[in-house]
Design a protein around this ligand. Structure first.
Ligand code: TRP
Length: 326
């Protein structure tokens, strides 16, 4: 199993409930690889010092969220040069038309009209390389990344069609609960880590009082009944998704719990549950960040293990396409 997150913004409640929490539960069943996608992050402009800091913070947060480095391979994408190398090869097997259809490319170019660079366009080819290098069975991603995994499958099949079985065709793995946590101020849009001024975002490192303030202001509706209806009640439904993911309660149980209690009480309960869930994660991340030597030992060991796997695939690919072996 393999997945990654770009260190282009603070990890959010959505990153945790939608991704990392589920990853952490898989370590028993799968050989798991998770990385900080720093190569992907520079497809939009980053301040170098911020990128460096966030990459290490993200590693500390992965660990604090339960990804035990003894049982998961945690690494920084740029430390394993095979990503960039296979990325080039995959580029040569990805069609301009396919890449042009990627909705994330269209969204990002609209948002970064002054910097529509080649990397933004070929991003999915690099992502396909990230995946194919490790021959994973499953790639856990959010809804917004499914299209990229589809492309990965298409390119892998195309390549295998020409050269024989080189790549395993990976499956997308979208978790059922918490798959999509939406913004608390704009509940029809995903809770984003990169949007600078998203007032509806909870970062993993936010202080309890800030978390409570954001929940109290969460956008709801005027019906005043806590029931799940994504279409007509996106705000309440999002809060129910969060509460359900944190407490394990079903939507019916939540509806019963807040019957006749009003939205104010519901928002407080959701906020408090999130504060308590994130408290140990924040404390442990803060502690780990003071231990730079430990973090370094983790990302070094991770890159070594990942590099070994990645190199096996890359050598095979280089041979198949006709490069002279070194
Ligand atoms: N594109 C993913 C995102 O924006 C991050 C990513 C990069 C990724 N490479 C990956 C996810 C490989 C899964 C597998 O969130």
């Amino acid at each position: 199993m393999l997945s990654g997150i770009k260190p282009s913004g603070e990890l959010t409640l959505g990153s945790y409930l939608g991704a990392i929490k589920n990853w952490a539960e898989r370590a028993d069943q799968y050989d798991c690889y998770y990385f900080m996608a720093d190569l992907h992050a520079i497809t939009v402009r980053q301040k170098p010092a911020d990128l460096r800091r966030r990459t290490l913070e993200q590693l500390a947060q992965y660990i604090a969220c339960g990804l035990d480095p003894e049982r998961n391979t945690l690494f920084i994408q740029s430390h394993v040069p095979q990503h960039a190398e296979l990325g080039w090869v995959v580029n040569c097997y990805s069609m301009f038309g396919e890449l042009s259809r990627m909705t994330q490319f269209k969204d990002k170019s609209a948002k970064n009209a002054d910097n529509i660079n080649g990397g933004l366009f070929t991003y999915p080819a690099l992502m396909a390389a990230d995946i194919l290098l490790y021959q994973p069975d499953y790639v856990p991603v959010g809804e917004d990344q499914k299209q990229h995994v589809e492309l990965t499958r298409a390119v892998a099949r195309r390549f295998n069609g020409v050269y024989g079985d080189v790549f395993k065709i990976p499956e997308t793995f979208v978790p059922k609960v918490g798959a999509r946590i939406m913004s608390l101020t704009n509940p029809t849009a995903k809770m984003s880590k990169s949007e600078d001024e998203d007032a509806g975002r909870i970062a993993l490192m936010d202080k309890p009082e800030d978390i409570m303030r954001i929940f109290k202001r969460a956008v709801t509706d005027s019906e005043n009944s806590v029931r799940f209806d994504r279409e007509n009640k996106p705000g309440i439904s999002n809060l129910m998704t969060i509460y359900s993911a944190v407490t394990g309660k079903s939507y019916d149980e939540i509806t019963a719990e807040f019957d006749g209690k009003g939205y104010g009480a519901f928002k407080l309960a959701v906020g408090e549950s999130v504060v308590e869930m994130l408290r140990p994660i924040r404390e442990e991340s803060t502690r780990l960040l003071t231990d730079k030597g430990y973090l370094e030992s983790v990302y070094r060991a991770g890159a070594e293990k990942a590099g070994y796997m990645a190199n096996k695939t890359l050598r095979k690919v280089y041979k198949k396409v006709g490069f002279v072996p070194r």
